[in-house]
Ligand binder design. Structure first.
Ligand code: ADP
Length: 426
């Protein structure tokens, strides 16, 4: 492995890993401290392995080249990672600058839940692994999958390549207790840590950071509402540079209407459905996570693009209803957070829907002119497909921005900074 000073100058190839229960997503990002400062970090490759455990579908892309797609039976995450690594170092298929595993200098892992234990990214050792295991109760689907990725990488690289865990919850870990406590008996927090943790923290943190760069504001003067609208959706109130409230809760189910998640509902509905539909509690929780949201309301799809098409082309009533409820919920949170924060400087849209659907941004921001939100529809139409910029009318009191998220990039940067042990800003 290169020495620290060499890595600072020449940069590191960071393998960013995001493992789901049957999937492995990765990127190779070449970064160093100068590149971070100049925003010139380079993505060299990316890929996705789906359906691990069966006939896996593998998509691998060296940046600038066409994607290669294949199917192959891959037993587990270890085999999937092996396959990816062999492709990366193969001179015929792989990427320039990576001839052997020695050319990968560090691995950054997305980890969903860090609970109260992890308030920032952490260099992985036995104690950190134990800490991530201790959070499994709170994220029974996600943390075990993230751990599979960590163990697979340790087996492939051994102990000489440093690995870093970047937590979805960390950015929200400074929320005040007035935001994170639920109004249920306090002992449930004391005994079982029942509280709001929030998720998508890496995304909220990244777009707030980009906003700072775009506007020249310092961290302490950053007062924004960040709205991540993808398959999962969440909003965060960032006051004086700190996430002071967020819409997802102890789990990602709370808050905004999402592709298949209900977001906020009256918790008493759960018992009522159990009785009326003769369902188990597990089935109802699955229904709220997987069959609700845009999918449940429309009865058609969880995909916003398809819903917008249905509404436009067939005037589908339920598609329109789903979209209207989705937008109204976001509007409610904007209002709530503006009240909670005593105003803000900007609203920032991100995520697949937030970045690419001007019509949804318009519908959310309609009739918010009294609070200073005014969208320039021409600009709004233009800022799509990965573009970054302001979409408000000149003179609007509350600015509106679209900033594409890049969680992988922030994971790579945090990994580098953890390995070099240099202070991290967000
Ligand atoms: P994930 O949360 O899984 O990362 P994304 O951030 O990619 O998901 O967001 C997926 C959502 O973005 C889907 O609902 C998809 O329909 C929506 N989306 C992507 N492109 C557009 C578009 N051009 N117009 C409307 N919705 C879009």
């Amino acid at each position: 492995m290169k020495s620290k000073s060499e890595q600072t100058e020449k940069g590191m190839n960071i393998l960013v890993l995001n493992c789901g229960s049957s999937s492995l997503k990765f990127q190779i990002i070449d970064t160093d401290l100068k590149k971070i400062e100049n925003n010139t970090d380079e993505q060299k490759a990316k890929g996705l392995v789906e359906r691990i455990g069966g006939e896996s579908i593998i998509t691998l892309t060296a940046t600038g080249k066409p994607s290669a797609k294949q199917t192959l039976p891959l037993r587990d995450h270890r085999q999937a990672l092996d396959h990816v690594l062999r492709w990366l170092i193969n001179p015929k298929t792989g990427i320039p600058g990576i001839q052997s595993l020695d050319d990968i200098n560090a691995v950054g892992h997305r980890v969903v839940h860090g609970a109260e234990r992890f308030k920032k990214s952490a260099l992985i050792n036995d104690e950190v692994i134990k800490g991530i295991e201790d959070c499994i109760d709170l994220a029974p689907l996600h943390n075990p999958a993230n751990l599979k990725g960590i163990h697979a990488a340790i087996e492939s690289f051994g102990s000489k390549v440093p690995q870093v865990a970047i937590f979805d919850t960390a950015f929200h870990s400074l929320m005040p207790e007035t935001s994170y406590l639920y109004a249920i008996p306090y002992r449930l927090y004391r005994r079982h840590r029942v509280r709001r943790y929030g998720f998508h923290g890496t995304s909220h943190r990244y777009v707030a950071f980009r906003y700072r760069i775009l506007t020249g504001k310092d961290q302490k003067n950053t007062n924004v509402i960040t709205i991540h609208l993808g398959n999962g959706c969440s909003a965060a109130a960032i006051k004086n540079g700190i996430s002071t409230d967020t819409s997802m809760g102890m789990t990602p189910l709370e808050g905004l209407v999402m592709g298949t998640r209900s977001g906020d509902i009256d918790p008493a509905i759960i018992e009522y459905i159990i009785l009326k539909e003769a369902m188990s509690i597990t089935e109802v929780v699955a229904l709220l996570n997987k069959q609700s949201g845009l999918l449940g309301l429309s009865g058609l799809t969880n995909d916003m693009r398809d819903l917008l098409a249905e509404e436009k082309e067939h005037n589908d009533r339920r598609a329109k209803l789903a979209i209207d409820i989705f937008c109204l919920r976001v509007k409610k949170y904007i209002g709530a957070y503006l009240a909670e924060m005593n105003g803000a400087d900007a609203i920032i849209f991100t995520g697949g829907i937030g970045e690419n659907a001007p019509v949804i941004r318009s519908r959310i921001c309609a009739e918010l002119d009294w609070m200073g939100v005014e969208i320039d529809e021409e600009l709004n139409k233009q800022v799509i497909n990965g573009k970054e910029g302001e979409i408000s009318k000149q003179g609007a009191r509350l600015h509106t921005f679209v900033i594409p998220t890049n969680e992988e990039l922030l994971i790579a940067r945090d990994t580098l900074r953890c390995v070099l042990n240099v202070p991290r800003q967000w």
